[in-house]
Design a protein around this ligand. Structure first.
Ligand SMILES: *[C@@H]1O[C@H](CO)[C@@H](O)[C@H](O)[C@H]1NC(C)=O
Length: 199
């Protein structure tokens, strides 16, 4: 990112959202019990206790995937970011979806405190969402998937190059959708919902 972008409201919002997504995705993986709880450590974020992956590879995957979105997010190219859980035979079981719309014409100063307190409410909701999600089988795998409005051309940094195209069709039938939390402000609209098979 160059200096100018860094100082544009979209740049500011982007980095707040990136940091939030990193924490929120970790919270989801923690919530689903994919790894033993010892794989996480507690830290503070937005004045609340959250989890952070202790395992370097896990932490790097989440961090790199999310930071790699930054250039695209700032340009409004990213529509959704999902955490998808698959069974051992690659059948999607659940999908946590962050649907994002960053206001490209927003030109005022971002009210960071307001934005962060809205984002914080997503984490609070997630931390009490156990009942929302069914128990997953033992050997599942998961991944972070981004949905782009247009295909990015060429990576602009090392992390951006981690994003590779995929044409995975996720659901055989329209999924059931459970809203978890949403916010809407002039600079950013964000929804978090859960998709699962309609069985
Ligand atoms: C986007 O930002 C502009 C300029 O601040 C504002 O006038 C407009 O209402 C915003 N759009 C939305 C959808 O909030």
């Amino acid at each position: 990112m160059n200096r100018r972008e860094n100082h544009a409201p979209q740049g500011e919002t982007t980095w707040i959202v990136i940091e939030f997504l990193e924490v929120a995705i970790t919270a989801i993986v923690f919530l689903k019990g994919v790894y033993p709880s010892g794989a996480f450590e507690r830290r503070r974020y937005l004045n609340m206790v959250v989890q952070r992956a202790r395992h370097p590879q896990l932490r790097y995957y989440i961090h790199a995937a999310v930071s790699g979105l930054a250039p695209y997010l700032g340009q409004g190219m990213v529509e959704r970011v999902a955490v998808v859980f698959f069974s051992a035979d690659n059948v999607p079981l659940e999908k946590f979806v962050f649907k994002l719309a960053m206001n490209q014409s927003y030109d005022s100063k971002v009210e960071q405190m307001d934005l962060e307190s809205s984002l914080r409410s997503f984490l609070v909701k997630l931390s009490v969402s156990n009942s929302l999600t069914k128990d997953l089988p033992q050997d599942i795998r998961w991944e972070i998937t981004g949905y782009f409005k247009s295909l990015p051309t060429g990576g602009t940094n090392k992390e951006a190059e981690l994003w590779i195209p995929t044409d995975t069709e996720l659901w055989q039938q329209p999924p059931l959708i459970t809203p978890i939390r949403s916010m809407s402000s002039e600079s950013l609209c964000l929804q978090l919902y859960l998709e699962h098979p309609s069985l």
